[in-house]
Design a protein around this ligand. Structure first.
Ligand code: DX5
Ligand code: ZN
Length: 214
């Protein structure tokens, strides 16, 4: 199981310490980019991503919670991101086009959906997207309660991916912790994003290890 700590949960006054910890313990670093329009919150922007990129030694995974995600693909590539996801709700019928644009820049493309978007809407991007990001909370804030329906959505999506013989990864984001991680793994998730659970743990690196070994 891959673990991508959400930097939104990090200690922004000691970001260097947390990025070093993530670099040595985790698989990816998950970066939540919000615009205050697609979601009712603003997190951090590109100058912060640039600084993180200077010291981060694991792949950076940018999660765009913005309208017009396509405006930022090139910037994210220049800042060293390896994985970029955008929301289907923001992209609509341009989803396929955006996946291609991300590929053209040499990055892996992910399509994200909030809990109220039918999972079937992702099926036509199986084999096109490199990964799907299933939100297990409504995008916008860290520290929310895990929505259990995500497990059934992952089971359904995994079944379709298997049926089509594709290798698309499933990443799950929101309220993930050691209590729900087993169900997520059994359902077919490949990457766990965890913010609060990791950074509030007494020993964040040990907590990451625990999630990885599930
Ligand atoms: C929510 C973000 C998540 C969030 C996860 O909009 O996409 O990545 O930071 O944080 P926790 O694990 O605290 O729910
Ligand atoms: Zn996220």
């Amino acid at each position: 199981m891959k673990v991508a700590p959400s930097i939104l949960g990090a200690d922004f006054l000691h970001l260097e310490k947390d990025i070093n910890m993530v670099s040595s313990a985790a698989d990816w670093a998950h970066l939540d980019i919000m615009d205050g329009t697609f979601v009712p919150n603003i997190s951090f922007g590109f100058p912060v991503v640039e600084h993180i990129g200077r010291i981060c030694t694991v792949p950076m995974d940018a999660h765009l919670m913005v309208v017009h995600p396509e405006r930022w693909f090139e910037t994210l590539q220049k800042l060293g991101c390896s994985y970029v996801s955008f929301h289907l709700e923001a992209a609509g019928c341009k989803t396929g086009k955006y996946i291609k644009a991300i590929h053209k820049l040499g990055m892996k493309a992910g399509v994200a959906i909030d809990p109220d978007v039918p999972v079937e809407k992702l099926y036509k991007y199986i084999g096109k997207a490199d990964f799907f990001l299933i939100m297990s909370v409504f995008a916008g804030f860290g520290g929310q309660k895990f929505i259990y329906e995500a497990v059934d959505r992952i089971i359904a999506l995994r079944e379709q991916i298997k049926k089509k013989g594709a290798s698309t990864l499933i990443e799950v984001d929101g309220g993930v912790n050691t209590q729900n991680a087993v169900a997520l793994k059994d359902a077919g998730a490949d990457v766990l994003v965890a913010g609060s659970a990791v950074f509030k743990a007494e020993d964040p690196a040990a907590y990451i290890k625990e999630l990885q070994s599930i």
